[in-house]
Design a protein around this ligand. Structure first.
Ligand SMILES: Nc1nc2c(c(=O)[nH]1)N[C@H]1C(S)=C(S)[C@@H](COP(=O)(O)OP(=O)(O)OC[C@H]3O[C@@H](n4cnc5c(N)ncnc54)[C@H](O)[C@@H]3O)O[C@H]1N2
Ligand code: MOO
Length: 324
């Protein structure tokens, strides 16, 4: 049984959990570890961090200590490419092992938090992460919970992990820059440097840049050439909007066997267009990327490099927060 006693009466007894101190000098951390045997000289320090009384004793059957409650589910919470820290103050911290995209199973995350005592928080799904970046933390709220809560969590996690990081893969990329005004030299191209800069953040193998006039046949032909070269991603720019010369979306429709979306609820980058042809993504990048540092392109390019299977729903759910 657990009972509360005066700290002076605890000499010779083990502490039941890590004790945290938050000091005015900026220190925040574990002052005394779980199982530390209280010594006479600890009394003042314990009182200085507000512990006039402490718990001693043993948990009863059916009660699970905070450390065990998180320890028992931690390996079930994570899928690939995630490190699990040691438990400190009853909490685990998850970090990334690789560069990639952090992916959350939101349904399972919610279900674990709904059980009662578990609180698992994380960064947002689909952000790009680097090795050692913090992804999530988890613990139970009280010092112990009931066995059924731990078993419920394990049951939920049979469906799969809550968190994983999809590592960026090396993709072969072809780029098609369209527009009569650029092709015939009326204006200087401004898209190639943008694409070069964006692609430099990923492990890409560039096939080539092709400049084309607003000619649907030529776009489809060039796409096919890139496909034969083994392209994983073909990026199209220019002609993505409402004018009669804006033929890029229809070229993407014709060239990709599975059309995914034309125009998404995000701004800037509203006119992003996506199709898939087997393993190859065809991505139409609208003009906003020329002058806006961050557009929808920056949100979806990482997902392509992480090998995610992009669906129309992934774009539709961007609406809330999609005004960048
Ligand atoms: N009435 C409407 N106007 C606009 C709409 C709309 O739906 N209705 N959509 C807006 C959106 S969103 C975008 S984005 C732009 C259209 O962008 P596009 O991707 O179709 O680009 P273009 O029409 O080909 O060109 C727009 C502008 O950018 C210059 N450009 C294009 N490519 C290059 C390049 N490689 N280098 C330099 N400059 C380039 C082009 O010359 C035009 O000036 O439309 C909005 N308007
Ligand atoms: O589709 Mo846009 O939002 O001006 O790039």
């Amino acid at each position: 049984m657990i009972k509360k006693i005066r700290v002076e009466d605890a000499i010779g007894l083990p502490l039941l959990h890590d004790f945290t101190a938050i000091m005015t000098d900026g220190f925040k951390g574990v002052k005394f570890k779980r199982d530390h045997i209280v010594r006479e000289e600890d009394i003042d320090e314990l009182k200085n961090i507000g512990k006039d009384h402490i718990y001693v004793g043993e948990l009863e059957k059916g009660q699970v200590h905070e450390v065990d409650a998180i320890d028992e589910i931690s390996s079930l919470l994570v899928g690939e490419n995630i490190n699990i820290s040691d438990i400190s103050e009853g909490k685990i911290t998850l970090t990334s092992k690789v560069r990639g995209v952090f992916v959350i199973n939101r349904k399972l995350l919610r279900a674990i938090n709904e059980i009662g005592d578990y609180t698992i928080s994380s960064k947002r799904s689909y952000i790009s992460v680097n090795p050692d970046d913090k992804l999530a933390g988890g613990r139970i709220v009280p010092l112990w919970t009931e066995r059924w809560q731990v078993e419920k969590a394990k049951e939920i996690l049979k469906e799969g992990p809550v968190f994983e990081v999809k590592e960026f893969k090396k993709l072969k990329v072809g780029c098609i820059i369209t527009g009569d005004e650029v092709y015939y030299g009326r204006i200087k191209d401004a898209f190639k440097p943008v694409l070069e800069e964006k692609l430099s953040n990923f492990p890409s193998e560039l096939l080539a840049y092709t400049f084309l006039p607003d000619d649907e046949e030529k776009l489809v032909e060039t796409y096919k050439t890139y496909k034969k070269m083994g392209a994983d991603l073909v990026i199209f720019t220019g002609g993505m909007s409402v004018d009669p010369d804006d033929i890029t979306p229809s070229a993407i429709r014709r060239a990709g066997s599975e059309f995914i979306i034309q125009g998404i609820p995000m701004q800037p980058g509203n006119m992003l267009t996506l199709a898939r042809d087997g393993k190859t993504y065809l991505m139409g990048v609208p003009g906003a990327s020329i002058h806006c540092k961050i557009t929808s392109f920056d949100y979806f390019l990482p997902r392509v490099f992480a090998g995610l299977d992009l669906k129309k729903e992934d774009f539709l759910e961007m609406a809330e927060g999609g005004l960048l």
